[in-house]
Design a protein around this ligand. Sequence first.
Ligand code: NDP
Length: 501
Amino acid sequence: MAKKKKQLTTAHGNPIGDNQNSLTAGARGPLLMQDYQLLEKMATFNRERVPERIVHAKGSGAFGTLTITNDITRYSKAAVFSKVGKQTPCLLRFSTVAGERGAADAERDVRGFAIKFYTEEGNWDMVGNNTPVFFIRDAYKFSDFIHTQKRDPKTNMRSATAMWDFWSLSPESLHQVTILFSDRGLPQGFRFVNGYGSHTYSFINAKNERFWVKFHFKVMQGIKTWTNAEGEAVVGKDRESSQRDLFEAIEGGDFPKWKFSVQIMPEKEAETYHINPFDLTKVWPHAEYPLIEVGIMELNRNAENYFAEIEQAAFEPSNIVSGISFSPDKMLQARIMSYADAHRYRIGVNYAALPVNKPHTEVNTYHRDGKLRFDDNFGGALNYEPNSFGGPVEDEKFLEPPLKISGDADRYNPREGADDFIQPGNLFRLMNASQKEQLFSNFADAMQGVPERILARQLVHFYKADPEYGRGVAKKLGLDMEKYVPWAKLSMAELIEKTAQ
Ligand code: NDP
C-alpha cells in the first residue's frame, strides 16, 4: 500500500492547496499580490545563501570520532584525553582557501583542516590546515595577503603579479610557498592530506603546569597528489573531485583515518629555544621535539543536509576547553577575534545555538536575545550575574596558571632577527630529484607574465634557501640566476631598492 504523503504547508504551517499554478486575475491575467504562498516561496529563495566565507569558502565535511590510544594526561587535563579508549565525537571540515564557493576542488592551494570536538567540557575547535606553517607571522598582513590571492580590483581576475609581488616582498612566506608549490600543494582529495594545528597552543595539566604544544594529524590513507597536468584534467571533468571522493568513500563504508600526535615543549624551554616557538612560519624539527601519539581520528558519517551541517558549521580557534589553551603566537591571537566575529556576520549572533555548532553539553550563559533567537532564549531564567536566585556561577578550578609577560608595549617587528631560509631549505633538501623537478615546474607555471624584477627578487629568496633551489627555478623560467647571485648578500631593503620599478 502506498505510504500516505505529508501535507505540504507554508513556513507557518498553513496547508497549501496548489503548488503548481500561481494565482492570477483570469487565465491570462497578471499575478495577484495576495498569492502569499508564491511570495513566500520566491522571497525565501532570494535569501537561500548566507555570505560565503571570505577565505575557505569551498568546503566538504563529515562527522566522526576521536579515540585516545595513548595516555597524555601528564601534559593536559582536558577531558577529551582523560583515558585510553575514550571516544569523542567530532566534525571535520576540509576546504580550499582562495577559491569561491563554486571553485574547483583540484586546484593548487592550501587545504583547510578544521575540527570541532564535541567534548564533555564543551567544544574544542582545532582550526588548522594541511600545512604546518603559514605565509605570514603577523596578522597585520593577513588582509593584504588574502587580497593578493583573490581577484584584482580592475581585471576581476586572479593576478600572478600581485601574488609574487607580495611573496617576494615578504620572505617569511618562503616556507609555506615551498610547501604550496611542492608536490603536496595539489592533493588528490581531502582523504590524502595531513592536518596540522600549525600554531603553537598550550596544554595545562592537573598540577596546573603549562606545556607548549603543536598538533599533528597524519593521514593513514597516505599522501596522494596530482601533478598540475593531472589536476587540470580532473578539473575539466569534475569540479567537485574532493567532495565526491570524501562523500562516496564514507557512504561506501571506507572510513578515512588520521593518527593524532603532539609535539610538547615544557613552558620554560620556550625562553631559550633557538627559534621563536610562537612564529607561525616555523616548525619544531622532529629530532628536537618528537611526535607523541595521542589517538586515531576516523570520519564515518556524512552530513544529512550540507547547508545545515557543513555550510553553517562555525569553527573558531577561540573554542578551547580546560587543559588546552592559547600561546602568544601573534597570528593565533588575532584569529581568536576574527573567527567568531566572521560567524556573527556570516550566520548571525546566535550561530552557536545551531545544532551543528551547539556543544553536546549544557550551555549556561547570560547572553540573551539577538537576531534569529530560534531556541527558547533561556526561558524565564535570570539574565544578570551576580544574583541571589541560584543562577549559574564561575568556578576557579578552570582558571589557567598566570603567564609571565615582560617588556614594553610597542610595535615590535617580528621579522627582525628571524631566519626565513633555513627551514624552507631543509624541506627542499628532503625532496628527491623528481619532487625538485616538479617544484621548479610548478613555480614556472605559476609565474607566467610576472615582471622580471619581481621574479628576480623571489629567485634570490630561493637561492638563499638553497643555491640549487634558485638555479632550478631560474632555469625553468629561462632566467640567468648567476646575474642575481650577488644580490643574495643584500639586505631586504637593498634588494627592494634593486628591484624597484
Ligand atoms: P623530518 O625529516 O623529521 O620531517 C620531515 C617532514 O616533512 C615530515 O613531517 C614529512 O611529512 C614532511 N614533508 C615531506 N615532504 C613535504 C612537502 N612537500 N610538504 C610539506 N611537508 C613535507 O624533518 P624536520 O622535522 O627536521 O623538518 C624538516 C622540514 O620538513 C621542515 O623544515 C619543514 O619544512 C618540513 N616539515 C616539518 C614538520 C615538523 O613538524 N617538524 C611537519 C611538516 C613538514 P610526512 O611524515 O607526512 O611524510
